[in-house]
Design a protein around this ligand. Structure first.
Ligand SMILES: Nc1ncnc2c1ncn2[C@@H]1O[C@H](COP(=O)(O)OP(=O)(O)O)[C@@H](O)[C@H]1O
Ligand SMILES: [Mg+2]
Length: 334
């Protein structure tokens, strides 16, 4: 089991309130991602759940039991960090066994759990190596293995892939998602990378300055961002956000149009401008278009083989039902 509830949980460091009182429920078996810009309080929130920081006020429950005053070791949660924190002089087997040894678990049970974790993480052939003889991805798997053997109610990950190169990150992302579907254990995963959030989460919690801006599935956040911040944060490339006459025409203070919802048309079109930088990805092309009277270039996502060059005129028509409208407070207009 691993249902975690936060009730009016608040955190201050001295006089500075980093997390204003917030409520959040994480269901048993859910993969929840906390995402937001650097410094918004993601790690602090995770550390409060883990018990590595004390709450200033509020209540944390794990499977209904008050956990606010429990020390980390008594919460039944396992944390995996960005720095793997492996013991360099110990083999993989000993690293994985470490928390069980500390807990004085009998050897047969330790062996059973090591085997299970090594199987789940493809580490069976590496158990007698030392961390220095492993790749970054394998080391991160050992760190996850050490969490698995504790059979926790939930796994807590704090930016576990930040130290890996881009290709390895994508691979590990898939591995962690697969691990989650196999173990069906609650996972809370912290990242500043909205692509990780979108690809891994059942439920995303978007944080800004300690506030929960929105909670929802990846597609809910993509389709109906509750405010301008979430609109700009979720989606890659970023949504085009415009104020002024373009927004007035829709009875809004700000409108948002995603790059993939702008169609390139032969002539006319709501927006016309000159092509600036083009990014050719093969499957897609991202055009940055300089439209008169707009400060920021608009980003357009087109197919892979659109024959437009720097300086060409381009005409754009937004898909009418895909225009997001926001009021002067930045809140979505239904
Ligand atoms: N131990 C601490 N003492 C004082 N301020 C802290 C401490 N830990 C974090 N903070 C502050 O709390 C805010 C949130 O930090 P953090 O949770 O690490 O953000 P994130 O993980 O989203 O980057 C930051 O402004 C940070 O400087
Ligand atoms: Mg952090």
């Amino acid at each position: 089991m691993g249902r975690i509830t936060l009730e009016k949980v608040q955190k201050k460091f001295g006089e500075t309130e980093v997390i204003p009182p917030l409520d959040l429920t994480i269901e048993d078996g859910e993969f929840v991602v906390f995402v937001g810009p650097s410094g918004c309080g993601k790690s602090t929130l995770l550390r409060l759940i883990a018990g590595l920081e004390d709450v200033s006020s509020g209540e944390i429950r794990i499977d209904g039991t008050p956990a606010t005053d429990l020390p980390p070791a008594k919460r039944g949660l396992a944390m995996v960090f960005q720095s793997y924190a492996l013991y360099p002089h110990m083999t993989v087997r000993k690293n994985i066994a470490f928390p069980m040894k500390m807990a004085g678990m009998d050897q047969a049970e330790q062996d059973r759990r090591i085997k299970k974790a090594a199987d789940a993480l493809n580490l069976t052939d590496y158990l007698d190596r030392r961390p220095g003889q492993l790749s970054g991805g394998q080391r991160q798997r050992v760190a996850i293995g050490r969490a698995i053997v504790r059979e926790p109610a939930a796994f807590l990950f704090d930016e576990p892939l930040s130290n890996l190169d881009a290709a390895l990150r994508v691979g590990m992302r898939l591995e962690i998602s697969e691990l989650h579907s196999r173990l069906e254990t609650t996972m809370i995963y912290v990242t500043h990378d909205q692509v990780e959030a979108m690809t891994m989460a059942d439920k995303i919690v978007v944080l800004r300055a300690g506030n929960i801006e929105q909670v929802g599935s990846p597609l809910e956040l993509y389709r109906e961002p509750r405010n301008v911040f979430v609109a700009g944060f979720i989606g890659s490339p970023k949504m085009n956000l415009m104020s002024g006459p373009a927004a007035d025409a829709h009875g809004a203070h700000t409108i948002g149009i995603r790059p993939e919802h702008l169609d390139v048309v032969e002539s006319g079109g709501t927006f016309s401008g000159k092509v600036g930088v083009s990014e050719h990805l093969g499957s897609d092309t991202f055009f940055h278009v300089h439209v008169d009277a707009m400060e920021e270039p608009m980003t357009v996502r087109a197919g892979g083989e659109v024959g437009l060059r720097h300086g060409d005129m381009i005409h754009l028509e937004p898909q009418a039902d895909k225009i997001h409208r926001f009021d002067e407070k930045g809140l979505r207009i239904a």
